[in-house]
Design a protein around this ligand. Structure first.
Ligand SMILES: CCCCCCCCCCCCCCCCCCCCCCCCCCCC(=O)SCCNC(=O)CCNC(=O)[C@H](O)C(C)(C)COP(=O)(O)OP(=O)(O)OC[C@H]1O[C@@H](n2cnc3c(N)ncnc32)[C@H](O)[C@@H]1OP(=O)(O)O
Ligand SMILES: NC(=O)C1=CN([C@@H]2O[C@H](COP(=O)(O)OP(=O)(O)OC[C@H]3O[C@@H](n4cnc5c(N)ncnc54)[C@H](OP(=O)(O)O)[C@@H]3O)[C@@H](O)[C@H]2O)C=CC1
Length: 515
C-alpha cells in the first residue's frame, strides 16, 4: 500500500490554479491515487463566459480525467469550486466559503500564477507576490493545516549560473515592492521595471523570486515546501504519455515548426534543454506534501524539479528528435514542409528571419489577396517572432541546479511510493519522450486525428513539388535577367547550349549506327 496515497486519502485539499496545466495534472493524480480523499477545494474564477461550475465540469469531462472517472465515479461530489479571483482583496471569497476553507483545509497546493513573460510588473506582482502573501495569511488561520506547498520555478534565480536549493535575496524587499505598487502610477512602474528586474529576462522570473521570499518570511511558522520545476513539458507516463493543453514553453514552437512556420531559431545547440514532464512535477509535489506534513522539517525545504544534472539532454538532440517525429507523424495542412535549423549569431538570425520567415509570409499574403482572401500569415509570423524573442533567453543559456533535497526525498519513499510517485528523471528515455510529446501536441493541442496522417504526407509531397517548381521558376527568371544584362552570363549560356546540342547529336548519331 502506498504511504503517500493513504496520506492524502482522508484529507481536505485546497488547490489554486487548478484550471491551469499543472493544476489539472495534480488534481487528476490525487483523485486517481487517493479516490477516498475527503474533498478538493479549487479556487476558480469565472472566465470566457463560463461559470466556475461549467469550467470544472469541462475539466472533469476531458480525456485527462477518463481513468479518474472509472476509479472514482463520484468525483463530481469530491470537488468543490470556490469562486475566487486572486487579484481581489481576500480573493473575493464569500464569508461562508472562507469559513469552510479555513476550518477544513489540511493541505494547500498553490499553483496559481501569471506565467506570461511580458506581464506588466504591477500585474505580475499582484498575482505572484501579493496573492501568495494573502494565501499564506489565510493558511495561517487554518487550524487543521498540515502542509503548504508553493509552486515556484527553477528560473526564479536565472540570473545565477549555479543555483542551490536555497532562497536568494532580491535587492528590494518584496514588502516594499508590494507597497510601492499601491501608490506608483503605471508610467513610473514601467520606467523602473528594468532596474528592478536587473539581469533577469522578464517580470515573471523576478516576481516568482519575490514570491519565494514572501513564502519564507510569512510562512515561518507553517510546514512549507517550495517546488521549483524547470521547463514543464507534456506528461511522460501518467495518466497517458504526451498530454499537453496550452501553448506555453516549447509547445507553441513545436506547432510552429511542425506547420512549417518556424524555420530557424537562435539557440546554443549544446546547451542543456532542462525539460521536465508535468507528471514528474506532480509526483514530486505530492511526495513533498506528504513529507512536509509528516516529517515536519525544521526549515522550509526547496526541491529542484529539473532534469539537467541527472539526465541531461541538449537542444540539438531535442530539436533533431522533434524534426524526426514530424517525418513519421506530420501535422496537417502545413504552411511549408517542416525544416528548421538553429542559428548561432544575431546576423544569421536576422538573415533567416528575413529570408525564411518574413519573405514567404509576405508572398503567401500576396497570393491570398490576389485570390480574394484575407491576408493573415504576416501577422501570424510577427507574433511567432515576438514569442521567439521572449523564449530565446532560455535556449541560449545553461544552468546547474543542485538536487540534494529532491534526491533526499526520493530516498525517503518506500519502493511502492517510488514506483507510484516516480520523479526519478534518470529513468526517462528522451527520444521516446520527445516523440510522444510531439504526437501529444498533434492530438491534444491541435486536435488532429491520427487517421489524417496519410493525407498530411500527401500534402507535404505537394508542398515539396511546389517548392521545386518555385525554385526552378526563380532560377530561370534570375538567369534570364543575367543574360539580358551581362556578357559573361551570355557566354556561359551559349557554351552550355552548344555543349548540350553537340552531346545530343552525338547521342542520336551513335544510336542510329547501332540500329
Ligand atoms: C544540424 C541540424 C540542426 C537541426 C536543429 C533542429 C532545430 C529544430 C527546431 C524545431 C524544434 C522546435 C522545438 C524545440 C524546442 C525549443 C523550445 C524552446 C522553448 C523554451 C521555453 C522556455 C520557457 C522557460 C520558462 C520557464 C518556465 C516557467 O517557469 S513558466 C511557463 C512558461 N511560460 C510561458 O511559456 C509563457 C510564454 N508566453 C507569453 O509570455 C506570452 O504568451 C507571449 C509574450 C509569448 C505572447 O503574448 P501575446 O500577447 O503576443 O499573445 P497572447 O495573448 O498570449 O496570445 C495571442 C495568441 O498567440 C497564441 N500564443 C500564445 N502563446 C503562444 C506561443 N508560445 N506560441 C505560439 N502562439 C502562442 C495564443 O493562443 C493567442 O492565439 P489566439 O487566441 O488565436 O489569438
Ligand atoms: N508551465 C511551466 O513550464 C512551469 C510552471 N511553473 C509554475 O507552476 C505553476 C503552474 O503553472 P501552469 O499550470 O503552467 O500555469 P497556467 O498558466 O497553466 O495556470 C495558471 C493558473 O493560475 C490561475 N490564475 C491566474 N490568475 C488568476 C486569478 N487572478 N485568480 C484565480 N486564478 C488565477 C489560472 O486560472 P485561469 O484558468 O482562470 O486563468 C490557472 O489556473 C505556476 O506557479 C508556475 O509559475 C514553474 C515552472 C515551469
Amino acid at each position: 500500500m502506498s504511504t503517500i496515497a493513504a496520506f492524502y486519502g482522508s484529507k481536505s485539499i485546497l488547490i489554486t490554479g487548478a484550471t491551469g496545466f499543472l493544476g489539472k495534472v495534480l488534481m487528476e493524480k490525487l483523485f486517481r491515487t487517493s479516490p477516498d480523499l475527503k474533498i478538493i477545494y479549487v479556487l476558480v474564477r469565472p472566465k470566457a463566459g463560463q461559470t466556475l461550475q461549467q469550467r470544472v465540469f469541462q475539466i472533469l469531462n476531458s480525456k485527462l480525467f477518463e481513468k479518474v472517472k472509472e476509479i472514482c465515479p463520484n468525483v463530481h461530489e469530491k470537488i468543490r469550486p470556490v469562486s475566487a479571483d486572486l487579484n481581489q482583496h481576500d480573493f473575493g471569497i464569500s464569508k461562508e466559503d472562507m469559513d469552510e476553507l479555513l476550518s477544513s483545509t489540511n493541505i494547500v497546493f498553490h499553483c496559481a500564477a501569471t506565467v506570461r513573460f511580458d506581464d506588466p510588473l504591477r500585474h505580475a506582482v499582484q498575482l505572484n507576490v501579493t496573492a501568495t502573501q494573502q494565501l499564506l495569511s489565510m493558511a495561517s488561520q487554518m487550524p487543521k493545516l498540515e502542509a503548504f506547498i508553493h509552486l515556484s520555478t527553477a528560473f526564479s534565480n536565472c540570473n545565477l549560473k549555479h543555483i542551490d536549493e536555497v532562497i536568494y535575496p532580491c535587492s528590494v524587499e518584496p514588502k516594499k515592492i508590494i507597497d510601492s505598487m499601491e501608490w506608483l502610477d503605471d508610467a513610473i512602474i514601467d520606467e523602473i521595471t528594468p532596474k528592478l528586474i536587473g539581469d533577469r529576462p522578464n517580470t515573471y522570473t523576478y516576481t516568482k523570486a519575490l514570491g519565494e521570499i514572501v513564502v519564507q518570511q510569512e510562512g515561518a511558522n507553517m510546514n512549507i515546501a517550495i517546488i521549483r520545476p524547470s521547463i514543464v513539458g507534456a506528461t511522460w507516463q501518467e495518466p497517458f504519455p504526451g498530454w499537453v493543453d496550452n501553448l506555453n514553453g516549447p509547445n507553441g514552437l513545436i506547432i510552429a515548426a511542425g506547420k512549417g512556420f518556424l524555420r530557424a531559431i537562435k539557440a546554443t545547440p549544446m546547451a542543456i534543454a532542462d525539460l521536465i514532464p508535468a507528471d514528474t512535477v506532480v509526483n514530486l509535489t505530492l511526495a513533498a506534501g506528504w513529507y512536509t506534513a509528516v516529517h515536519r522539517p525544521k526549515s522550509t525545504l526547496i526541491y529542484h524539479c529539473t532534469s539537467g544534472n541527472l539526465n541531461p539532454c541538449n537542444w540539438l538532440k531535442m530539436g533533431l528528435q522533434v524534426l524526426a517525429t514530424f517525418e513519421k507523424v506530420p501535422f496537417e495542412k502545413a504552411f511549408r514542409r517542416p525544416k528548421a535549423d538553429f542559428t548561432a549569431t544575431s546576423f544569421t538570425t536576422h538573415y533567416w528571419n528575413a529570408v525564411s520567415h518574413r519573405a514567404p509570409a509576405i508572398i503567401y499574403d500576396v497570393y491570398l489577396r490576389l485570390t480574394g482572401r484575407k491576408p493573415r500569415v504576416t501577422k501570424l509570423m510577427n507574433r511567432l517572432l515576438r514569442t521567439i524573442s521572449m523564449l530565446e533567453y532560455f535556449i541560449n543559456h545553461s544552468w546547474e541546479w543542485s538536487t540534494h533535497n529532491t534526491e533526499m526525498l526520493m530516498s525517503m519513499l518506500s519502493p511502492e511510493d517510488q514506483r507510484m510517485f516516480n520523479f526519478d528523471v534518470r529513468q526517462l528515455n528522451w527520444l521516446e519522450y520527445i516523440e510522444n510529446y510531439v504526437v501529444g501536441v498533434k492530438k491534444y493541442l491541435l486536435k488532429e486525428d491520427m487517421a489524417g496522417v496519410p493525407e498530411a504526407r500527401q500534402h507535404l509531397k505537394r508542398l515539396r513539388n511546389i517548392h521545386y517548381l518555385f525554385n526552378i521558376a526563380l532560377f530561370l527568371i534570375i538567369w534570364r535577367l543575367l543574360i539580358a544584362r551581362w556578357q559573361t552570363a551570355r557566354n556561359v549560356w551559349f557554351f552550355i547550349v552548344s555543349f548540350c546540342s553537340k552531346f545530343l547529336s552525338y547521342f542520336r548519331a551513335s544510336s542510329t549506327l547501332k540500329l
